[in-house]
Design a protein around this ligand. Structure first.
Ligand SMILES: Cc1cc2nc3c(=O)[nH]c(=O)nc-3n(C[C@H](O)[C@H](O)[C@H](O)COP(=O)(O)O)c2cc1C
Length: 190
């Protein structure tokens, strides 16, 4: 009892390569339903979810993202540099055109707790994606001006992430838990 959700969480992995196989409408609708169920500060659901399936629109998003990323990657240093090299993450973002669906999540900055609420919604969404046998990646572009422009996002909304949604072309193992140094009882212990 109670292990199904944990198993789902173990299976969910960040996928950076996708098959061209389409995502069916029922799956997409279930994922969008999950997007509107999370708790949010003052219960105002301070977000906008923009679903993109048009190939040309996806290509424009990829071009915008890659332009921003080439600048970012040419100046990236320290821990971030180590991580991106280790994961072989470059300025190229092929998943933005490979995945059949892109979901852009923007937060309504006029609401208190908007940022926290957006990220709780993203958690729900990535688990709902996994629950339908699909895969995703929480992509946080290094600059989001291009998204505002391409998608007519109003100034008081902040684009926070692009989630590609599709079938994985990678075979990643489920996760192990890593509780060491993360969990404390009664008080923090250093
Ligand atoms: C807030 C946040 C931002 C992230 N941004 C990116 C990103 O811009 N590009 C990327 O390739 N992965 C990004 N990731 C994915 C993480 O690198 C990934 O979750 C982590 O390496 C653990 O892998 P796993 O999701 O398979 O467990 C992000 C994840 C989070 C939660």
């Amino acid at each position: 009892m109670g292990t199904e959700l944990i198993d789902l969480m173990r299976r969910r992995r960040t996928v950076r390569k996708y098959l061209s196989k389409p995502v069916n409408e029922e799956s997409l609708n279930r994922i969008l339903e999950a997007a509107t169920l999370p708790p949010s500060g003052l219960d105002v659901l301070p977000y906008a979810f923009i679903v993109i399936t048009d190939e040309k629109a996806k290509q424009r998003i990829r071009t915008g993202a890659e332009t921003a990323e080439s600048e970012f990657h040419s100046s990236v240093k320290t821990e971030v540099k180590k991580f991106v090299d280790f994961k072989k993450i470059t300025w190229e973002k092929p998943f933005l055109t490979e995945a059949p669906v892109l979901l852009v999540i923007a937060g309504d900055t006029t609401n208190p707790y908007w940022l926290e609420s957006v990220w709780i919604a993203i958690s729900y969404i990535i688990l709902a994606i996994e629950n339908d046998g699909l895969a995703s990646l929480t992509y946080t572009p290094s600059d989001t001006g291009f998204l505002r422009e391409l998608l007519d996002i109003p100034p008081h909304f902040s684009p926070e992430a692009i989630l590609p949604i599709g079938y994985s072309a990678e075979n990643l193992p489920p996760k192990d838990t890593r509780p060491e140094g993360k969990i404390f009882y009664e008080r923090y212990k250093s």
